[in-house]
Ligand binder design. Structure first.
Ligand SMILES: Nc1nc2c(c(=O)[nH]1)N[C@H]1C(S)=C(S)[C@@H](COP(=O)(O)OP(=O)(O)OC[C@H]3O[C@@H](n4cnc5c(=O)[nH]c(N)nc54)[C@H](O)[C@@H]3O)O[C@H]1N2
Ligand SMILES: Nc1nc2c(c(=O)[nH]1)N[C@H]1C(S)=C(S)[C@@H](COP(=O)(O)OP(=O)(O)OC[C@H]3O[C@@H](n4cnc5c(=O)[nH]c(N)nc54)[C@H](O)[C@@H]3O)O[C@H]1N2
Ligand code: SF4
Ligand SMILES: [Mo]
Length: 581
């Protein structure tokens, strides 16, 4: 048996044992977080997904040598107009090795994110660095506030840590976990900032603020109280679509308890996502909930925090959610499906049309592979060396090669080929990068931990200029709300973004008068899509739910980036419904 880790983009980063003969996989029973179980993505979906086996040029199957030569020629012909666009199909550390070639070549890559960039920017504003909250700390909490994170679907190994605790869920959708909660705040989408500000203000009024923490660990705390008071209570309650009693219920459930906030991407798929996270962190700071057992805010942590990255990166970047593909002659797409997953899809398609050489490097066929001039099949995670960092917990896990590949090429091999083909020096042995990362980790028995690990994160202070927690000072929001219904696009239990079994329906409240199976046209100012209906009363009436990964959903979403963090804003959009006659 060999031990590795799940490569999929998921909070849990499960430890996996694999039988090298049968390739049967199981969870590692004594892993401190994932404790022995795997989800259907790794148990089943990954095995059932059909791999791309042969390289192609212009739709014609070719040998790997021919394909690699075509890739090299396309990069050569592009000069500096070459873009590497990486996604998160596999979140292993070695995925980024191709960036070393781009740096050597003087080409372009991306910064920002389709995912958590806005939230991370907000966390870093307040705390300086975004650290994972260790599960042992979460275990000690009395109450857990699950805020825009669909724990039972996207973070399933967290479920057992919630047992026996007061559970509050803040989500416009009555999710499975909302149904289990002591309190479900079914707020209006995009009103999380207002809720965080209201709660913080009432914490002061109820004398639940931690004066010592505010004085010793925070910068300009008095100013924050004034800032909080600049928002009118009645207006904020209206924005959230809750009553003063609802707010009182939430405060009551948190009263004199150690609280952990599990915040997900749901709160920050908009232009003000940084400020939402900054305000939730601000609430936690008012309550003194950093650096102590059983307290804290867990967002998607920066898995590279504390590491010095041995892989060089190109300084030339375009913002990922609005990548101007049309500027580039050659675009190498790796581990991604931008022609489904990027916001403002009509614009993305238009830009991609202008690219002379679109190269797709991945495991599966998808919208992007179908448009690519050159297709390179990748090796999967069992067929190459890697290292799994995590945004959900502090452990770092080696991923040894378990089997030989029958086809495809690994990211390191592709990089090595390109370095040699272009006559560049400086690429080290693959092992050197992995060891350089592992050498920086803290050892904990048989497990490695991130160098930034702290049992009670921020106990020693914050990584801001002042060393203290720094509050939000100004609220900036230029979104003008239109008429229509909010588009909500959470993650599906069956797909992993656009990998595996993709959803095909739109979920609507029955009040809109559509029946199950009927097709409806969903229209936004950016585009439209037609989907069959599934009705559910778990939604607010003012919401339309289309799961992320559903083909066509991103025709509806805006081609823009957040105010800070260069992040996609999938949910800053209203839609209308049209009957199809
Ligand atoms: N099964 C499965 N697991 C996954 C993924 C997958 O595709 N499938 N994707 C992985 C990836 S890439 C990521 S980034 C993570 C993300 O995982 P999560 O952080 O859980 O993100 P989402 O599922 O997008 O949204 C979480 C919740 O936010 C709610 N929500 C939507 N809008 C709002 C709002 O305005 N306010 C509040 N408070 N809540 C809102 C949604 O209803 C949903 O229940 O999941 C990872 N895990
Ligand atoms: N409407 C809407 N859209 C969204 C979101 C949303 O909430 N709403 N969420 C966004 C988020 S959070 C994310 S993270 C993005 C994800 O979007 P992308 O990063 O584009 O990821 P996937 O759609 O999962 O595509 C991953 C591809 O990676 C390839 N792959 C898998 N493993 C490997 C490997 O080892 N090597 C190589 N070379 N390729 C591999 C597979 O072929 C797969 O098709 O989607 C974003 N899109
Ligand atoms: S829960 Fe997440 S990390 Fe664990 S096996 Fe499933 S997809 Fe992989
Ligand atoms: Mo993501």
């Amino acid at each position: 048996m060999k031990t590795t880790a799940c490569p999929l983009d998921c909070y849990d980063a499960c430890a996996v044992v694999v039988d090298p003969e049968s390739l049967k996989m199981a969870g590692v029973p004594n892993h401190p977080f994932t404790q022995g179980t795997l989800c259907p993505h790794l148990n089943r979906h990954i095995r059932e997904a059909e791999r791309i086996r042969s390289p192609r040029i212009d739709g014609r199957e070719v040998t790997m040598e021919e394909a690699l030569e075509a890739v090299a020629e396309a990069i050569e012909a592009a000069g500096e107009d070459f873009l590497l666009y990486r996604g998160s199909g596999n979140v292993g550390y070695m995925q980024r090795i191709t960036e070393a070639f781009v740096a050597a070549r003087g080409g372009w890559t991306t910064d920002g994110s389709l995912c958590d960039g806005a939230g991370q920017a907000g966390v870093e504003e307040g705390r300086g660095i975004s650290l994972a909250l260790p599960p042992e700390s979460i275990a000690e909490a009395d109450a857990v506030i699950v805020w825009g994170r669909n724990v039972s679907v996207t973070n399933s190994h967290m479920m057992k840590l919630l047992e026996g605790k007061t559970l509050i869920v803040v989500d416009p959708v009555r999710t499975k976990i909302a149904k289990m909660a002591d309190l479900h705040m079914q707020i209006r989408p995009r009103s999380d900032f207002q809720l965080a500000v209201l709660l913080a203000r009432f914490m002061y009024m109820e004398e639940m603020a931690d004066e010592t923490f505010l004085e010793e660990k925070c910068e300009d705390a008095e100013d924050y109280y004034h800032f909080l008071r600049s928002f009118r209570v009645v207006e904020a309650l209206e924005t959230c679509d809750i009553t003063l009693d609802d707010l009182g219920d939430m405060l009551y459930q948190m009263l004199h308890k150690k609280c952990v906030f599990l915040v997900g991407t749901g709160v920050q798929k908009n232009s003000i996502g940084d400020q939402v996270l900054h305000a939730i962190d601000g609430l936690a700071a008012v309550m003194g909930f950093f650096g102590k057992p059983g307290c804290g805010v867990s967002f998607l942590a920066d898995s590279m925090a504390g590491f010095e990255d041995p892989i060089p990166m190109s300084p030339k970047r375009v913002a990922k959610p609005v990548a101007p593909f049309g500027r580039f002659k050659t675009v190498l797409v790796q581990g991604a499906n931008p022609l489904a997953q990027m916001p403002g899809l009509a614009k993305v398609e238009e830009e991609m049309e202008k690219v002379e050489n679109l190269i797709y490097f991945g495991l599966y066929e998808n919208e992007t592979s179908r448009k690519a001039r050159i297709v390179l099949p990748a090796k999967d995670f069992l067929e190459k060396e890697d290292l799994r960092l995590s945004y959900g917990h502090p452990w770092v896990q080696p991923m040894p090669k378990i089997k030989e590949a029958e086809f495809g090429i690994g990211e390191y091999e592709l990089t090595k080929f390109l370095f040699e083909r272009f006559g560049y020096d400086g690429l080290k042995e693959e092992r050197a990068y992995i060891d350089a990362m592992l050498d920086q980790c803290k050892k904990d028995g048989e497990w490695y931990r991130s160098p930034a690990y702290e049992k009670h994160p921020y106990e020693e202070g914050f990584e801001t200029d002042s060393g203290n927690f720094e509050f939000l000072e100004e609220f900036e929001d230029d979104y003008e709300e239109e008429e229509g219904l909010w588009l909500v696009t959470p993650k599906s239990p069956r797909s992993l973004n656009s990998q595996f079994v993709r959803e095909s329906h739109v979920r609507l409240h029955p009040r809109h008068g559509f029946s199950d199976g009927e097709r409806v046209r969903i229209v936004s100012e950016h585009g439209e899509v037609e989907l069959p209906v599934e009705t559910t009363e778990d939604l607010r009436e003012d919401c339309v739910l289309v799961y992320a990964g559903t083909p066509g959903v991103n025709y509806l979403t805006p081609p823009m980036k957040s105010l800070f963090g260069k992040s996609a804003c999938y949910q800053e959009v209203k839609v209308t419904l049209e009957k199809i006659s």
